[in-house]
Ligand binder design. Sequence first.
Ligand code: SIN
Length: 272
Amino acid sequence: MLAHQHITPGLGSELASDIQLTSLSDGQISALQQLASERGIVVARDQVMSLQEQADFAHRLGEPLTRPTNPSEIPQELIRIMADENSKHAAGEGWHSDVSSESEPPGLSMLRMEVVPRAGGDTLFANMYAAYESLSPAMQAFVETLSAKHDPIGHYLYVSGAKKLEEVPSAIHPVVRIHPDTGRKALYVNVGFVSRIIGLNRRESHALLQLLYDHVAYSANIQCRVNWQPGTVVFWDNRCVQHFAAFDYFPEKRLGYRATIRGEKPISCAEI
Ligand code: SIN
């Protein structure tokens, strides 16, 4: 229903160049959501969209998380993602799934880029269906039984008006979750938010998490990367991909806005 090309055989699709997101019908929005759940990420180039139009579009995808502390010119549905000559770090510099510490963690995220460096500033994505499927059957069977604690870490300010980390709750989620739209199993632990595996001692938890993080980071065949241009919009489904924002462009500027859509309580393998 939406013309697209694959970025790699297993991960990511890029929409045809004549598609403008703001003109999509409700049926095409559903097709976009389905494509993201199957392919992990969907890239749309040359999009013409104001901040308010992006916020309005986010409501067509579901319930956007809001950031009450935004300055008045930025709608509460968006967070600004910016790094420049004053930045020591950039948001998302490490493999993660957005705000997985929420009890109903995000489904889709939608990042729209306005300013890009002359080179670099790509975002890397990893396919968490493939991460699960490429574990050995014995390891799959073990991790399917486990759950992990996700803590808000530094990202709490993005999604709340809280002043202190302690005000923002943690969540416990299955280590392998079932995607509600595809029925496929996806690995769901990430170095950005997970503090420990429930029921394992500290050393066991640390060793298993490190093994799973290395599996994601070193499995180049389950990854792709997206190069941004002004007007590029990328949707990623946090239920089945992780991402990593490369910060290789200092001291140049990169500026975009992200909408983050509430998902559902993750479904464990025991529930099917
Ligand atoms: C993020 O949402 O983690 C940032 C991604 C990026 O800037 O590419």
